[in-house]
Design a protein. Sequence first.
Length: 303
Amino acid sequence: MYFLFYFICVFGKIIYVCTLNISIMYVIKHIKDVKIEIQKFTDQKKSIGFVPTMGALHEGHLSLIKRARQENDMVAASIFVNPAQFNNKEDLKNYPRTPDKDIESLKKTGCDLIFIPDDKEIYPEPDMRVFNFGDIDKLMEGKFRPGHFNGVALAVSKLFDIINPHRAYFGEKDYQQLLIVKALVKQLNIPIEIVPCPTIRESDGLAMSSRNRLITEENRKNVPIIYKTLSRAKELSTKMSVPEIKKTVISIINSTPDFMVEYFEIADCNTFFLINDWAETKNAIGCIAVYVSNVRLIDNIKF
Ligand code: PAF
């Protein structure tokens, strides 16, 4: 039987979280300390897998850690609620934060190092860089959350530079973000393999998200309608045109009390060009954003 006995020792500025099997997880706040620890792994020619997160971890995040664990000698994660990617101050303020629980689950899942910087550590000065991802960031999340992907790119490029991993793991729930990160590493010649990982769902189909804990009990009962409708749309795609499918999905979800679709679009999985006819691509993806009262959820389905 595996007894977990956590004890936390503070040596200098690095916290070591240990368990009885004497594995150590580094919990580090400062860039210079992370770089020192990472260098030790690099010197031993160990491969590094990295999972950037904004905390409030759920099974979806932990599945990324597990995958990174399988494919690398060492696994690093970051917890940083990146202010640059929030275009709404209230959303940033309400974003769930559960650092102690996160540290515990990361340790249990086999993470070796957690980087938990504060805002000043990542942005000692305002980062004025402006990225251009062409059409990918002009629609869907990019259209409804202006500046969001630029903010993601600012944080991710800094985190990549600090951790310098061989592979970085991103969930397909944030499909557009995944494409943006792939474009980012290409544009900047960053030699990191971006590994897409499947969306993890609750048993009723709801895509796991840190925001799910903000959904009221009343609304929670109806939330499975989102993935059910996407799955139905996939079934119907052999019989209905793209515009018909779009109209049907939006009207079913909007007829649920407190639900309001912000967008539902169908695009090519790789280029993210919107399609109007199934013949335009063999790899279509339907992406949706829905307000459930004031909680904004996103999901997608590959056709
Ligand atoms: O998906 C997220 O949690 C964030 O957008 C990320 C990739 C950690 C960048 O802040």
